[in-house]
Write a protein that binds this ligand. Sequence first.
Ligand code: G6P
Length: 620
Amino acid sequence: MCGIVAYVGSRRAYPILIKGLQRLEYRGYDSAGIGLIENNKIVTYKKDGKVNDLISFIGDSSTDGTIGIGHTRWATHGPPNQINSHPHSSSNGKFSLIHNGIIENYLTLKIALEKKGHVFISDTDSEVLIHLIEDVYNSLEKKSSSNNDLLYQAIIIALNEVIGAYAIVILEQGNTQEIFAARKGSPLVIGIGNEEYFVASDASPIIEFTNKVIYLNDGEVAKLNKNEDVIVKTIENKIKSPYVQELEQTLESIEKGGYDHFMLKEIFEQPKSIIDTLRGRINPKTNDIILGGIIDHESRILSADRIIIIACGTSWHSGLIGEYLIEDLARINVEVEYASEFRYKNPILTKKDVVIAISQSGETADTLAALELAKEKGALTLGICNVVGSSITRTTSGGTYTHAGPEIGVASTKAFTTQVTVLTLIALRLSQLKSTVERNNYDFLIKELRLVPQKIEKLLLQNDMIKEIALKFYKATNFLYLGRGVNFPVALEGALKLKEISYIHAEGYPAAEMKHGPIALIDDEMPIVVIANRKDNYEKVVSNIQEVKARGGKLIAIVTEGDQEVKSLADYCIEIPKCFREISPLLTIIPLQLLSYHIALLRECNVDQPRNLAKSVTVE
Ligand code: G6P
């Protein structure tokens, strides 16, 4: 969703802002803009479309300032046009703002400001916020004898009037020394350089310049004067000492590294990312699992009435796999909820519940809000996140990082398999503590888990063959994905991947449930992807395949290597290496990711930035 980047220092701000916006493109957006201070005046350029459209629009216009703000907007209030793009200015043009989030009471504020004579030109809630700040500033100016820190004070006072979520950065005309940044509910990182500061929605625009960062906390407002140390105050006007962290991310990790698309790179990175997820978590001698962020909470988990997993999108699918694994291996009751539903359904929650939030970004607004609700009700809250230091990791009492590395493609791939890896580790660890899995079987499962990276390597060799299958089906208008047991969520995820990036309508279904509805869709045009893993209700799936065949559907089957039966029935087969049922989702998903990738490419879709989607959904 909206991306923020800002700079103050002595370098030319324009290239930093543009490159930063390009690094944030993955978040999803539909217009872009920048504001610079040149000759003491704020100059603003905005354009609907992509950052490249903005660059062409700016052309040879002057872009010399050493201070500026940049924004990619994912439309919420008003269409994605030039006027609604950010930055937005105050009435007198003295202040300019970029904003990510939603000001929920913007209408009330707008009406009050209109009564005072403010005129708004855009449909956005963000414009209301900068007018509000201007209004407070004007009244402070009337009362005050000096202009010292007047804007800082005005921002703090104004933010007290605001209900909703925001990450903002503000420029002040004539002030080439400082920018102001604040956050509540939407992410914001400050990079500390040498007499210069960077601000961004995540670290990707910053790591090229510095690895020293501050993650602003909710309700904090920072003054970034290039000649001074950072000053951070809360919106209650209390000074806070900021915690400066060192980033571990590298520049290579956020670049394409020779691949045509980030999605392809991330699919191929999965063997490595799973090795990173497993690293240091399985004792090589004893096979015991050590999850440092959960160890202190194990007794509470073991005595819990149930585990509730909350998540959205792909993370919700990995949660469903977690449910199968934890219930099956550790015999603990698990429920999986869409965070957006959970938070509003008045859930029954007690201190005996454990709530696990799964989120790649760690910033998804619904997941965060659901988590806060669980915390309020006294449940133990844990997180499975990828982004280190993200909001969810700071809200939970403990948890486990997936260590997938930055995921830039909007369609999640390596984040999914690393989440499933963590859930497998949790399920196995709990099974060990509860003695619900015999030691021999446990050791076999650990061995299998360790072999996953090399099995994925082998699977990836089938890329060209999967491309051939894509060629046969890329013009289809509907797809059905079927799976059973632990591979039913994989069918859901396969269907989601396809619709996200190729815009083909696709549905995932439990294979047996097909006859209660989707079977009506099957004709000789309809491709049906079936996961028919040898170790997972195989005979039952074969019966479901027969039902599809009898109706002329075109079958693409994911089978275990050496399979003969399904091969004789299916039109196309993709073989996965032999593996245990519990481990199979980590393999069966790989061909489905590649299939959607190639279909999307053949349909000339924007694989990494599919229309309307956002990588990090920081609004409800
Ligand atoms: C968006 C993304 C999905 C992602 C979902 C949840 O919809 O496009 O790929 O699965 O958000 O995101 P999270 O960061 O919480 O895993």
